[in-house]
Design a protein around this ligand. Structure first.
Ligand code: COA
Length: 257
């Protein structure tokens, strides 16, 4: 298990905390593998009634580790990130997210696959895929236009505009915006613990029914996005943008047609 994942167990609840604060909880291949493994084990463990996903009180995640993107770009359905995405997509029990500080890239898109999402008002959410020479991932090109309408989704996905926790709650991406990281984590934990009192099969059946419409179309879109994302990671546009991030400069796309 990655040293950058912290697991806590209490009756009925497994809490998975990202623990790489010096890099704003940027997600490495080892972290994705570990998260996929935790979800697969939790799926089989009847004592786990819900999973709480958090990065702590100050930071959710800055998204995929940019150095990993450059050195070992994921490609194909066997990649660690894809294995994690599918484990979350297929997870039958409720997943509750507590989000404070930055939630960038996959840090925002994975929320679309959680069941309950609590955010700090001033959390910073964004999906800067185009800004990095990439494309949307994990079903967001399908889910977000349906949820928000094309115009607002285009600001988020084509311009990479950031938005606050307050906006996420107003737009239906999150359940509730809270004053700070401690209040957000406490509220998410309180709601996640409620599942311990509920009939587990009834919860799982209900989640499955809620997710069933359009599920195969969504899976197909996730695979199509994943294949394109893998190609784009190797494109000159993405190499320029990712190198610019590492060199702390603005990317220059002027030479691209
Ligand atoms: N991958 C690798 N390292 C990252 C990272 C990422 N996604 N996000 C942040 N870091 C590193 C920084 O390089 C820096 O490392 P250093 O201290 O060794 O120089 C450290 O984490 C702190 O980041 P910093 O940018 O100084 O913090 P900040 O509070 O000013 O900004 C963010 C936080 C999340 C807004 C900003 O780091 C950011 O935009 N990160 C990139 C997000 C991104 O593009 N993710 C990929 C999406 S597909």
């Amino acid at each position: 298990m990655s040293e950058h994942l912290h697991i806590e167990r209490e009756p009925g609840l497994l809490t998975l905390r990202l623990n790489r604060l010096d890099k704003k909880n940027a997600l490495t291949r080892a972290m994705y593998s570990g998260m996929a493994e935790v979800l697969k084990q939790a799926e089989q463990d009847p004592s786990v009634r819900a999973v709480l996903l958090t990065g702590g009180e100050s930071c959710f995640t800055s998204g995929n580790d940019v150095a990993d993107f450059i050195q070992a770009p994921p490609g194909g359905l066997n990649s660690e990130v894809f294995q994690f995405m599918l484990a979350l997509f297929d997870f039958s029990k409720p997943v509750v997210a507590a989000v404070s500080g930055p939630a960038v890239g996959i840090g925002t898109t994975l929320l679309l696959h959680c069941d309950l999402v609590y955010v700090s008002r001033d959390a910073l959410l964004k999906m800067p895929f185009v800004n990095l020479g990439l494309c949307p991932e994990y079903g967001s090109s399908l889910i977000l236009p349906r949820l928000l309408g094309h115009a607002r989704a285009a600001e988020l996905l084509l311009l990479g505009e950031s938005f606050s926790g307050e906006q996420a709650a107003a737009w239906g991406i999150a359940n509730q915006a809270l004053d700070d990281g401690a209040a957000t984590l406490a509220r998410a934990r309180e709601m996640a613990l409620r599942f311990q009192q509920l009939a587990p099969s009834a919860v799982a059946d209900s989640k499955r029914l809620m997710r069933a419409p359009g599920r195969e179309e969504l899976r197909r879109v996730i695979e199509e996005e994943g294949a394109l994302f893998g190609q784009r990671l190797r494109s000159p546009e993405a190499i320029e943008a990712l190198s610019a991030f590492m060199q702390r400069r603005a990317p220059d796309f002027s030479r691209f047609a």
